[in-house]
Design a binder for this molecule. Structure first.
Ligand code: KIV
Ligand code: ZN
Length: 523
């Protein structure tokens, strides 16, 4: 019998640290709902004290999640814990995730405290959190570089104080699998009260070892793995959920462990997270990359056609990669489209379906065959959860090696009015963005621009992903069209809408906080 390992998903907290991955509340809710369908055990929904947006997201996730534990991160400070407890109030199964650094490096340079001081602060934080919830997870930041004796001492103290889960992170991604496995084994063997808590591993991918380290931890006795969908996260990212889950499933002979993940939901979850964060999945990514199941070498193709198991260790259907690729054309009716969308797992309401159908017809006019990948980007574009302040109606560009690139754009603005303007630039995209800037007047800088074809073929849809920076915010924008200039314009307007929404939400929160403190002062 395989042991059950809990999957703690931190896509909405640690994953959201990826530059530009910032998600609004409806997007976080959509991901949380899909994580429940995927069967994760814990959803870390955010860091409530960090911003009003994070607080609101944690509160909203608590209202929709019914089965999974919903967790909020805090530093080991009572104020953080009070705020997290408030945000988690409506969760069916709330968890407070608190903790502090444990390596000498963090104690000296980040926390400016002593080993004894940090231990006392950790114990006090756990006791404070236990006044609100029964489920308290304690993280020992930078455990991968900590002195093992001190690490064990802190763990014993916080378990005695009431911690139910002990999170051992390799925050800097420095450990090797043998070292990290030995660290977990020593915690399991040396901490006398460790049986009262679940040991969790939280590995970062700076050396590309996150999944290997997490699995070494499982082999040594950890029974919770912290991870993100597609491995997203700040820096090199976190342990990739799909990799650890499938490694335990396929090699249960080695790990003697399995999870409650509904693996058939993996691919869909991966696509959703990529679409909403704008972080593309590299083609050679294990399990969910476009090439993971594509055998282009002649020898492999020949083998797989004769017998799949010659070169494939996972059946693509087990991770939910759609098997039959029925292609739609301009002659496919609304019913055929609806049927295919349902098969792909989309549940659209009537107005959404109307918009998707209209766009489908436009695309089918230019492209003979519509693939599932095309439908995915059409749905992503037409059902955006970002508030649409500006809509790009038309783009016209003139460019070439003997002309000055010039663009004219027409947009619909927040009040429904249409506005037209033109500008020139160093190239067609620059000209379009300058023309859009003349209409929208939102100060920002383009810091990243990427383009890819959604499918093969000269008539493929182009998908543009960009990032813009405005003050301290980095925002992502995505747009698709068979004309790369129009796709670029759409991506830019999408990023601007995100920025405007973020500013308005932050402004509303400041006003709310201000009136709250005025009320408090009056009282
Ligand atoms: O990597 C880390 O140490 C963390 C903790 C805050 C849990 O993300
Ligand atoms: Zn982390």
């Amino acid at each position: 019998m395989a042991d059950r390992v809990l999957i703690f998903d931190t896509t909405l907290r640690d994953g959201e640290q990826s530059p530009g991955a910032s998600l609004n509340v409806p997007e976080k809710l959509e991901i949380a709902r899909q994580l429940e369908r995927l069967g994760v055990d814990v959803i870390e929904a955010g860091f409530p004290i960090s911003s009003p947006g994070d607080f609101a997201a944690v509160q909203a996730v608590c209202k929709v999640v019914r089965n999974a534990v919903v967790c909020g991160l805090t530093r080991a400070r009572s104020n953080d814990i009070d705020v997290a407890a408030e945000a988690l109030k409506e969760a069916v199964r709330p968890r407070i995730h608190t903790g502090l650094g444990v390596s000498d490096n963090h104690l000296a340079h980040k926390l400016n405290t002593t080993r004894e001081g940090a231990k006392e602060q950790g114990v006090a934080a756990v006791k404070h959190a236990r006044r609100y919830v029964e489920d308290v997870e304690y993280f020992l930041e930078d455990a991968g570089r900590a002195a093992p004796d001190y690490l064990c001492e802190v763990i014993e103290a916080v378990v005695a104080a009431g911690a139910t889960v002990i999170n051992i992170p390799d925050t800097t991604g420095y450990a090797t699998p043998a070292e990290f496995g030995a660290l977990i084994a020593s915690v399991m063997n040396r901490v006398p009260n460790i049986g009262k808590a679940v040991v969790s591993v939280h590995c970062h991918d700076d050396l590309g070892l996150a999944a290997a380290n997490a699995l070494a931890g499982v082999k040594a006795g950890a029974r919770q793995v912290e991870c993100t969908v597609n491995g997203i996260g700040g820096g090199a990212g976190n342990t990739s959920l799909e990799e650890v889950v499938m490694a335990m499933r396929v090699r249960s002979d080695v790990y003697g462990a399995d999870t409650g993940i509904v693996t058939q939901e993996i691919y869909k979850t991966s696509r959703l997270v990529s679409n909403l964060t704008g972080i593309l999945v590299q083609p050679n990514k294990a399990i969910v990359g476009a090439n993971a199941f594509a055998h282009s070498s002649g020898i492999h193709q020949d083998g797989v056609l004769k017998e799949r198991s010659t070169y494939e260790i996972i059946d693509p259907r087990d991770v939910g990669i759609p098997e039959s690729r029925i292609l739609l054309t301009a002659r496919s009716g609304r019913h055929a489209l609806l049927h295919r969308l349902q098969h792909l797992g989309y549940d659209l309401d009537d107005p959404q379906l109307d918009r998707v159908y209209e766009r489908f017809l436009q695309v089918a006019d230019r492209k003979k065959m519509i693939h599932d990948e095309d439908l995915e980007v059409i749905v992503a574009d037409e059902t955006t959860l970002v508030r649409v302040s500006y809509e790009l109606l038309h783009v016209q560009v003139s460019c070439g090696d003997h002309s000055i690139p010039t663009a004219t754009v027409e947009l619909r603005g927040p009040g429904g009015q249409t506005m037209t303007d033109s500008d020139h630039g160093t190239g067609p995209v620059d000209a379009i963005y300058r023309a859009i800037n003349r209409v929208t007047r939102v100060d920002n800088e383009l810091i990243e621009f990427g383009i890819q074809a959604v499918t093969e073929g000269i008539d493929a849809l182009a998908e543009v992903t960009i990032r813009i920076r405005s003050e301290d915010d980095i925002l992502t924008g995505r747009g698709s069209h068979s004309d790369i200039c129009v796709a670029s314009g759409r991506a830019y307007v999408n990023a601007l809408n995100r920025l405007i929404e973020k500013r308005e939400t932050a402004g509303a929160a400041t006003v709310a906080r201000h009136s709250h403190s005025v009320r408090e002062e009056r009282a």
